[in-house]
Design a protein around this ligand. Structure first.
Ligand code: N7H
Length: 481
């Protein structure tokens, strides 16, 4: 069984959030930091803590008690540079050694593997200067309101002596994320419902809805069955490095008016049954085919040409699809649609003969992102141009960055020939949401699957880093003193 009191809460259950701070910091006084950390550890919310919080909210609702339940959650993660600064040997973390994305850091990986736009001299023109610096760690604070977050931030600042001459940390940047208001809550800024499909975990999840089968805990957690490091050597993970997870953070800006403008200018004339569409319907279908779901969340593999809000809202049906029977067909869902690219389901698991199945369990990631920035203004809608920064604070957990986040971005989203085997004569093209490179895809027009549509980038990466989110024991035994 998993030790839920030892695992940081964001990894398996997600911290409770309406709003969230990511506080990126450097360690300025190692000896003091390791002492301060000891006082900080009790603030860390574990998986067990999140489950207790959820129960408290349920009880409050059941008993129809008045007022709000204030909730918050704090987690901490460290970069490889952070461990170097602390003088802690982290070779038990990165199974890929010096080549592991965790050791290389995202700043370099963005250029060599992720495909972020780069200058010839190896600089990243779009990146925020804060992320061009070395970052040692990040505090995640999430909660029900800004007031709760500010209070927690202050508590943390006091522990680490922020504002005093021998403070042990220095804040690099704090980024605030906010769930969108009203009906758009849980929808990302392009308007699509997010957070529907995350992996379920053997030995942890008790409710398993129809959909992709549960994965071994080690796909997400270090030191458990399914952690690829154990294939190298069963004793690869020292004690302090188990029950942790790698966190990939990406600061992704979304150009929403430009995205909307693209849909307006390229409406599909007919659906896959040959039925003529009004321009708004054609634009809506185009957007749904780029993502692989309608804005409601309904999967187009199940509801290809008309939104189905009841399907979207039904957890027993909204993730129950495999792209089955769609070998060599983009009629229902384009090969490159965002959800098909990032979780190809039967495209790999039931490929056309003579290929045998390829398991994609090891490619699953736990997504924990949150939106940032304001709603669209009237002027932005009128001009079709982004005037205010907004997007997604993308965050995902996995036991291997090489197999998880990096692989999905590099070998799937940015690869025009993925998924393979079944797509000739046309190539699928790039992921229209996150793909980097020559942004072109086929399959958007269900009646002319080979037709290519070229599109600008609607998502611009402006920074990020790779972190390791240690267990409570790891924090106590090895990182704090
Ligand atoms: Fe994606 N979007 O709004 O278009 N994503 N994503 N993502 N994403 C998903 O099924 C989006 C990004 C995955 O199991 C949905 O929960 C946006 C990155 C994976 O079926 C929507 C951005 C990476 C899945 C979006 C963005 C991924 C997924 C459907 C950036 C990894 C699950 C909701 C701004 C490299 C696939 C859902 C599955 C789903 C959107 C980023 C990966 C609506 C706007 C960087 C694995």
């Amino acid at each position: 069984p998993l030790d839920l009191k030892n695992i940081q809460g964001d990894i398996l259950s997600g911290l409770p959030k309406k709003t969230q701070f990511y506080i990126f910091f450097n360690i300025t006084n190692v000896a003091r930091f390791r002492k301060d950390l000891k006082k900080f550890i009790p603030l860390v919310k574990t998986v067990a803590g999140v489950l207790e919080d959820r129960k408290a909210i349920d009880d409050h609702k059941k008993k129809k008690l008045p007022g709000l339940v204030t909730l918050s959650g704090v987690n901490i993660s460290f970069s490889h540079q952070g461990f170097v600064k602390l003088g802690i040997d982290d070779t038990g973390l990165a199974a890929g050694g010096a080549q592991d994305p965790f050791v290389v850091g995202q700043k370099k990986d963005a250029i060599t593997n992720l495909g972020d736009p780069a200058n010839k001299d190896g600089t990243l023109p779009d990146w925020d200067p804060a992320f061009l610096k070395d970052i040692h760690g990040v505090f995640l604070i999430s909660g029900d309101s800004i007031l709760t977050l500010e209070k927690k931030k202050l508590e943390i600042a006091v522990i680490f002596g922020v504002g005093t001459p021998n403070t042990s940390i220095k804040e690099i940047i704090t980024i605030r994320g906010d769930v969108r208001p009203g009906d758009e809550s849980a929808h990302e800024h392009f308007g699509f419902l997010d957070g529907i499909s995350n992996p379920t975990i053997k030995g942890f999840d008790t409710v398993i809805n129809p959909g992709p089968k549960p994965v071994d805990a080690g796909v997400l957690l270090t030191g458990h069955t399914g952690d690829p490091a154990l294939d190298i050597r069963p004793d690869f993970r020292p004690d302090w490095a188990t029950d942790g997870s790698f966190l990939s953070f990406r600061y992704l800006f979304q150009e929403v008016p430009e995205f909307n403008d693209f849909l307006t200018k390229n409406p599909l004339a007919k659906d896959g049954n040959g039925k003529a569409l009004k321009p708004e319907e054609g634009s809506e279908l185009l957007g749904a085919r780029m993502v692989g779901r309608w804005k409601s969340g309904a999967p187009i593999d199940v509801a290809p040409f008309k939104d189905d809000p009841a399907l979207a809202a039904d957890p027993k049906r909204n993730n129950n699809f495999e792209f089955a029977g769609e070998i060599n067909s983009q009629l229902r869902c384009p090969f490159a649609a965002h959800v098909r690219k990032t979780n190809p389901r039967d495209d790999l698991e039931v490929p056309p003969p003579p290929r045998g199945p390829i398991s994609i369990d090891g490619r699953r990631i736990m997504r924990r992102g949150v939106q940032f920035g304001p709603e669209l203004t009237y002027r932005e809608q009128q001009e079709g141009k982004t005037l205010h920064a907004r997007g997604l604070l993308f965050a995902c957990y996995q036991s291997s960055l090489t197999n998880g986040f990096q692989f999905i971005q590099k070998s799937w989203a940015n690869n025009k020939t993925f998924p393979p085997f079944e797509t000739q004569p046309e190539d699928p093209g790039l992921d229209p949401i996150i793909g980097q490179g020559v942004r072109e895809m086929s399959g958007l027009d269900p009646l002319n699957e080979q037709k290519l549509l070229t599109m600008p980038a609607f998502v611009v990466p402006r920074g990020g880093e790779y972190f390791f989110s240690p267990s409570i024991k790891g924090l106590k035994s090895t990182i704090a003193t």
